[in-house]
Structure formats: C-alpha cells, structure tokens
Ligand binder design. Sequence first.
Ligand code: ADP
Length: 419
Amino acid sequence: MTTVLGCIADDFTGATDLAGLLARSGVRVSLRIGVPDAPPSDPAAFEVIALKCRTAPVAEVVAECRAALKWLQAAGAKRFFWKYCSTFDSTPQGNIGPVAEALMADLGTDQTIYCPAFPENGRAIFMGNLFVGESPLAESPMKDHPLTPMRDSNLMRLLAPQVTKPVGLANRLTVAKGPDALRARLADLAGQGVAHVVVDAVANEDLYTIAEACREMPLITGGSAIAMPLPALYLADGTLSAKAPRVQKPDLPPETILLSGSCSAMTRAQVAAYPGPKYRLDPLLLAAQGPQAARDWLAAQDLTQAPLIYATAEPEVVRIAQAQLGTAAAGEVVERALATLATAARDMGARRFVVAGGETSGAVTQALAVRLLTIGAEIAPGVPWCFADSAGQPIAITLKSGNFGTESFFADALERLTA
Ligand code: ADP
C-alpha cells in the first residue's frame, strides 16, 4: 500500500481528531508520534504525523515539518495536508504560514488553501473572518489564550505577516456556486500571483465543495473537518482502491486500566459517573511519598474490573496543590505518577488503556513507548480507539483530551471496544 494522503498535524490531539475523521471511511489510518526514525514500511493509505509545534521557534518547526514531508513522500504520498487548530492558533511569526510556505516550496506548488472551518463544532469562516459559534474569533475566549491569543478575526490579516507571498480570499458566494466556480476563482487568483487563499465555509456542504475542488492540490491546509470528505472522494475517483486495507481489530485480553489526569469539567463528571473501582491520586502526597501507595492499590486490583486511577479534582483542590508545589511541579508529579502506573499496569497484564487529558496522554504514551497508533472505532466525536504496540505487546489505547465525550465516556469506551 502506498500512502494516498500524508498529513502533518501541529499538535497531538489535533492529529487524533484528524486521524479519527479519516478513519470513519474504514480505511487504515496510522498516526505516528513524531517523525519516525526508520523509513516507512507497510504505510497506511492515510498517514498522520503528530508534532508538537504550535508555538515552538519557526526555524525549528519548519525543519521538523520538512522532515515529516520527506518521510511521507517516501511512503508514496503525492498529496499532503497541513493540519492546525480550527481557531487558527498561531503567533504573528507563525507557525501556520511559514510551514505552509516551506512545504509548498518543497512540493514545487505555487498555491494552497486555508480552511480551518469546522461547522459541526461551531467554527465558520465568512468573508475571511473566523467565527467561534456566533462570536468573531477575536471576541471568543481565544482572545485570552495564554500562548496564542487571537486578537484579530480576519484570517487574511492574520496570515499575511506569516508569509512572503500574497494572500487572497475565495468567499462564500463563490463556494456556494460549487466546485467549478471555486476552481475558476483559485485559477484566477493564481494568475494574479496569490499563493495563499483563505476559503470561506459556513456549513458542511461547503466543505464538500472545497474538498471536491481542491482534492488534486499537492497541499491543502486547514482544520480537520476539511479533510473529512477526502476519503470518499478518493474512493470514488479510484485514487484509493476499494481494496485498501481495512483496520484489523486485534483480539485483546480483557485486562484494562483507566488513567485520568484531566481536571476539565467534563472529565470530572466522567470520573464521578464511573461505577468501577477507583483510586484518587493526591499531588501533595505524591510529592511527599512518591507513587508507592498507588502501586500497592493497583497491585491488589483485578484488572478485568477496569480500575480507574485519577488525579482529577475540583478547581479549588487543584489550586491548593498548585499553591503548595507550584503549577508546573504539581502537573509533573501527577503526570509522572500516571506514567509509572501505566507501565506497572501493562506489566501486570493490562492491554486496554483509557487515558484522559491531553498532557497526560503525552506522558502515558511516552512511558508506554508508543510511537505508532492505528486508528480504530470512534468512542465519541474526535476520540477513537487506537491499536499499538507496547514493549512487544499489542494494546488498545484511547486518548481523550479535556472536555471531549459525555458523562458515560469511560463505560462507553469499554463497551465500544468489545462491540
Ligand atoms: P486536559 O486535556 O483536560 O487539559 P491535561 O492532561 O492536558 O488535561 O492537563 C491537566 C494537567 O493538570 C496535567 O498536567 C496534570 O498532571 C495536572 N493535574 C491533574 N490533576 C491535578 C491536581 N489534582 N492538582 C494539580 N494538577 C493536576
């Protein structure tokens, strides 16, 4: 199998989101954590490389993305997708524009599109302005983001300082006329030397028009939603064979561990609603005594009962720990403990892992030495089961960030895997 679409994502949960949407097609999707050291062997039709480069220095990020592109080209990909956040999280320096420009140069292409819209999640673009629900981006909570405060809603103005070539717009009136009108507009802009085209999308049908018009482009950039129609289009035009390998669900023993380091409101409700055995980690005790008490509790558990170990706590409890230990140190002590407990559970025979929390997921996958995930069934929108290898053992793992899923997420996850 050669890769049909090679994707580069600027953060881990964004990569999972994109991989999950592509996997709805049933075709095999592989998610790699970081650029693999080894050249591709047995690449999937859809390959997603997850980087952590939203706010890292531009030159470093560009080099990493170019290395990712090279790897994906070696996997056979001719078309590429640069995935960033649906709220266009970036600074005046980048990294959305500089990466796109570097990839375009390497691919020898002189135009790409920018479409972070995700109508189902309330992200829409109209006349080049990005909306979060009914608010312009710059009036949404994103205006106060600690790392990438978004103080303008106009994507052309946001993008212009990040790139060297001209920026333009294909607006909703054009998109509403269909793929041919959009292709004509893009060609017209290309004739004027416009390399970077923001494309409006306010509804799902716009995404289909854009995907249809742009599916031959060497590089598409955007949020995950614009990639959603691509598998069906590639299957219909034969780019992707109907015989492309499907996901193989491994037959795994029932031993399960649930680990939660997320303190988001939804995760708190999910932990409270979980009916199985539970153990609460206290960062202050962990800092003083280490994770031995939690290890002892774990060692006494029957893993077929899917025990849950959590540091999840109410904001005032988190604040107390942070005040005493420092915010970063409180987070680290929890992440380290959950990472240790994940490997301990694996060594006790756990083969099914449910992990809540974006940062927590990073710490746990690193501890389990997971670098390659094959995407399986979705448990909740944007949260798929994944299949991987840890210390030579096949495992299933799901990585849920903050507010994803409904209250019954943990039970849903266990049920979905056996369904
Ligand atoms: P989310 O996806 O909800 O943002 P993350 O795992 O990304 O979750 O972030 C949660 C952070 O809070 C982690 O660094 C975690 O270690 C930390 N943390 C979890 N529980 C506590 C707690 N009780 N006190 C302080 N920090 C905590």
